[in-house]
Design a protein around this ligand. Structure first.
Ligand code: TPP
Ligand code: DXP
Ligand code: MG
Length: 628
């Protein structure tokens, strides 16, 4: 099945293949990716779209000497397969296995670590500038998708790179898709470049561009002359990129290896920054992914024959879908409510909202900082903006949360999906810092629901609030609770779920369920552990803490956030500030290190945050410090 692929261990092996063999290799790579991702889950459609592009890059450039920087890195599977990781590819995204994203620690071919979008041009430029200072000679490339080009950082980097004049090749992989259909004026512009004859007109004499190819030695001259000739067919001045100081080459068929190689050879020889505009088809070569590229952008395991996604055994609705449903309900009652997403309408559960309230829905592209400031400004005009962004991506908008929302005390509702451990996407995507980075911001109420109903109530409460609020909730299924009508929750009030004589487990968000089960395990061991649903990280329920300190004097906080600066740290600060020296306080949470990839349950167990792990640690604390 993989007769050619088996002979390719490193990029130089590619260079020996004929055109026909390379074409067959592309098919084999597709088969390997489809059959692997069908088992592990992963980013299928983006990778199927870049098979020929990656083959061409590794045929023309000399990695790891030449540096290829991938944007987001969700499309780097082909690169991994071609750079010595074919044999481990079946371990993709599993605990201890290959990461789903480029990682410097994984391979010398992964020039720069990534997982969040729009960083590649900055990173490539940084590498190129370092190369120039050190007077070294190698090529640096950024491979960025049209979706990632909607991110502000990409524009900041183009702005810098264009003026710097540094030798750098940006490969723009244009498939007209972000996760869903791409949005924004830049996307419209790329469509014009691709299809509008007015844009296909030569803006300048072709020689203007060809002049940028410097004089070169005889050996390369012939190839280059051929490339120049064929380039005349491709060179269409892209006004924006040209005006920013790039030599624009394109649009190029991203599934034609020979054309791509020719173009990259030419781009290599051009001085200064070059942008190669490549057109690809997301999901190419696998019917279900071609016709449903958004569904197969990132997928769980599926059946290769039918393309059907294998259903999760947990049938409870996800927090995401509960949020989406609650948004429909609250928006139906209050016309001031608007929903904002940064290129994640499906992932954040806002697709139905977008269909039902198109005038009140804004997908701003991969532009989290812009989304947050936009919301602040809408709130300043009396609207009720709800901004739904994954916890990890909200990190991008930290200053906007402080400076634009909270400093002005504007009633924006921040909904942080994928909080806590997300699983297979790994270190770049874990939402384990949000409690720490949010709870220190003045005016911001920070809450986490223990189940689906509480998510509904918290959303309702947040919308009724006159000040900023943040709600964080996890990836995946809820607890299967029957949904109740939305109602308000008292801000800053925790909830006692179970009284305990010996100690109190004070848990936040998805850790509440685990604490309840841990309490049952502990009771079988003769330890009476109460359970408190903390609900709020800011403001803390000080009265309840005081009463627990007085009654049991032995508290264990539990959170799926890093311990540094998190919920337990907030309780510890409170206890310490009041000099309650007699109170025994223990904190369970994630260590101050980056949490790797693996299944969510495996990782929770590894870090002692499943019911058994919690019970075990509490028992040890109790035996050492509590038992009379
Ligand atoms: C800062 C940030 N926001 C959101 C995402 C989620 N995300 C991952 S890939 C992607 C779409 C990228 O589109 P594009 O760059 O065109 O790549 P394609 O999948 O089309 O190849 C999005 C929104 C992210 N990784 N980083
Ligand atoms: C690459 C990326 O950032 C997203 O595609 C992410 O993998 C989505 O994850 P979810 O499956 O949690 O929506
Ligand atoms: Mg795209």
């Amino acid at each position: 099945m993989y007769s050619i692929l088996e002979k390719v261990d490193q990029p130089q092996d590619l260079k020996k293949l004929s055109a026909v063999e390379t074409e067959r290799l592309a098919d084999e790579i597709r088969q390997l990716i489809i059959h692997t991702v069908a088992k592990t889950g992963g980013h299928l459609a983006p990778n199927l779209g870049v098979v020929e592009l990656t083959l061409a890059l590794h045929r023309v450039f000399d990695s790891p000497r030449d540096k290829i920087v991938w944007d987001v890195g969700h499309q780097a599977y082909v690169h991994k397969i071609l750079t010595g990781r074919r044999q481990q590819f079946n371990t993709l995204r599993t605990l201890g296995g290959l990461s789903g994203f480029p990682k410097r620690s994984e391979s010398e071919h992964d020039a720069f670590g990534v997982g969040h979008s729009s960083t590649s041009i900055s990173a490539a430029l940084g590498i190129a500038l370092a190369r120039d200072i050190k007077q070294e000679q190698y090529q640096v490339l950024a491979v960025i998708g049209d979706g990632s080009l909607t991110g502000g950082q990409a524009f900041e980097a183009l702005n810098h790179a264009g003026q710097s004049g540094t030798k750098l090749i940006v490969v723009l992989n244009d498939n007209e898709m972000s996760i869903a259909k791409n949005v924004g004026a830049m996307s419209d512009y790329l469509t014009k470049l691709r299809s509008d004859p007015a844009y296909s007109r030569m803006k300048r004499d072709i020689e203007y561009v060809l002049r940028r190819i410097p004089a070169i030695g005889d050996s390369v001259a012939k190839t280059l002359e051929r490339a120049k000739d064929s380039l005349k067919y491709f060179l269409v001045p892209g006004m924006i990129f040209e005006d920013l100081g790039f030599t624009y080459i394109g649009p190029i068929d991203g599934h034609n290896v020979a054309k791509l190689c020719e173009t990259f050879q030419a781009a290599k020889a051009i001085e200064g920054p070059v942008l190669v505009h490549v057109i690809t088809q997301k999901g190419r070569g696998y019917g279900p992914a071609e016709s449903n590229a958004d569904k197969f952008h990132g997928t769980g395991p599926f059946c290769v024959d039918t393309g059907e996604i294998i259903k999760n055994s947990n049938t409870a609705p996800t927090y995401t879908s509960v949020f989406g449903q609650a948004m429909l309900e609250v928006a139906g009652q209050d016309p001031r409510i608007v929903a904002i997403t940064a290129a994640m309408s499906e992932g954040t559960g806002l697709k139905s909202f977008a269909q039902k309230f198109p005038q009140r829905f804004f997908d701003v592209g991969i532009a989290e900082p812009h989304a947050v400031t936009l919301a602040a400004a809408m709130a300043s005009q009396g609207m009720k903006p709800v901004v739904a962004i994954y916890s990890t991506f909200m990190q991008r908008a930290y200053d906007q949360i402080i400076h634009d929302i909270c400093l002005q005390n504007l009633p924006v509702v921040l909904c942080l999906d994928r909080a806590g451990i997300v699983g297979e996407d790994g270190a770049t995507h874990q939402g384990v810092f949000d409690l720490s980075y949010l709870r220190t911001v003045p005016n911001l109420t920070v809450m986490a629901p223990r189940d689906e109903n509480e998510l509904r109530h918290m959303l309702y409460t947040a919308i009724k609030s006159d000040s900023p609020t943040a709600i964080r909730y996890p990836r995946g299924s809820g607890r299967g609770t029957t949904l109740e009508p939305c109602r308000t929750v008292d801000i800053g009030k925790a909830e006692i779920l179970k009284e305990g004589k010996d100690l109190a487990l004070v848990a936040i968000g998805s850790m509440v369920g685990a604490a309840e089960q841990a309490s049952d395990i502990l009771s079988r061991q003769g330890i009476s552990a109460g359970v408190v649903n903390a609900r709020f990280v800011q403001p803390l329920d000080q009265a309840l803490l005081q009463s627990l300190a007085r009654k049991v004097g032995f508290l264990v906080t539990i959170e799926d956030n890093v311990l540094a600066g998190g919920f337990g740290a907030a309780v510890a600060e409170y206890v310490s500030d009041r000099h309650w020296y007699g109170v025994k306080l223990f904190r369970l949470g994630l260590p101050s290190r980056f949490i790797e990839h693996g299944k969510r349950d495996e990782l929770l167990a590894k870090y002692g945050l499943n019911p058994e792990g919690i019970a075990l640690q509490v028992e040890r604390f109790w035996q050492e410090f509590g038992a009379k």
